[in-house]
Design a protein around this ligand. Structure first.
Ligand code: F6R
Length: 244
């Protein structure tokens, strides 16, 4: 695993965006896959800036969602990963709508959306996957409680820890989703290039575990040790326990 350590969140975002845009410039029809959450927001902004400055084009790219919440009411749409990715990235660049592959948020349709995703993944192998990491080591919504390194796209029960970290975004505790659809670890490992981004002290323990430990399904991110093309971009705070 390559580890790139930068000073702070701003540098992390710039570095990640530069590496991703360089890859897209080398392969204009790259298939991307994106995590959501607070970590990649700066990277998306930098990628949008590259696009507006005509340093990259997304015209021929395709994009998969890494995961999506199952929300129990349409009024919660603004909490969906679809809304997040549209707001932070898709609506600001020239990617074509037909090339964006998301999930249906309705849990009743989970089987259908999973089958459709499996077909699309088979037809469009992922070139560039951008991951964040949960404090508990989750990637996508592959949680430590029921992680299986051979898993493919599936309906996942969110851990209490993950739900607590999401609580701040919802008005009412009951609205915090209990389930999400996520690509599985086996899908993640099929991506040709993986970037894992981590920023802040709250990620220091997870990063130190990832870089010092062996593969263990109780720590889902450790599956990345199997992959031969992972770049971890961390800021000083997230790297602080690893360095000691
Ligand atoms: C969300 C996802 C999650 C996040 C992780 C970190 O699509 O894949 O695994 O990457 O929960 O979230 P932040 O960046 O908000 O700390």
């Amino acid at each position: 695993m390559e580890v790139i350590k930068v000073k702070n969140y701003e540098q992390l975002s710039k570095k990640a965006a530069k590496l991703i845009c360089d890859m897209i410039n080398n392969k204009k029809d790259s298939v991307m896959c994106f995590a959501t959450g607070s970590t990649p927001v700066g990277t998306f902004q930098e990628m949008v800036d590259c696009y507006t400055q005509k340093r990259v084009t997304f015209k021929n790219t395709k994009a998969f969602f890494l995961d999506e919440y199952c929300l129990n009411h349409p009024r919660l749409f603004e909490h969906s990963n679809k809304y997040f990715l549209e707001y932070n990235f898709f609506n600001k660049v020239n990617i074509e709508e037909k090339n964006i592959f998301g999930f249906d948020q309705n849990i009743q349709n989970a089987d259908k959306t999973i089958a459709q995703m499996n077909e699309r993944l088979a037809e469009n192998p992922i070139d560039i996957l951008i991951l964040g990491i949960g404090e508990n080591g989750h990637i996508g919504y592959n949680e430590p409680e029921d992680c299986d390194f051979s898993s493919t796209c599936h309906l996942a029960k969110l851990s209490i820890k993950t739900r607590l970290s999401q609580r701040k975004y919802f008005y009412d505790a009951d609205e915090v989703p209990k389930y999400a659809i996520t690509l599985g670890i086996a899908d993640i490992l099929k991506a040709k290039k993986i970037f894992l981004l981590a920023s802040g002290l709250n990620k220091a323990s997870a990063i130190s575990k990832l870089l010092q430990e062996e593969q263990n399904t109780c720590f889902p991110a450790s599956a990345l040790l199997q992959h031969d093309n992972v770049t971890i971009i961390v800021d000083e705070a997230a790297a602080s326990l690893y360095d000691k």
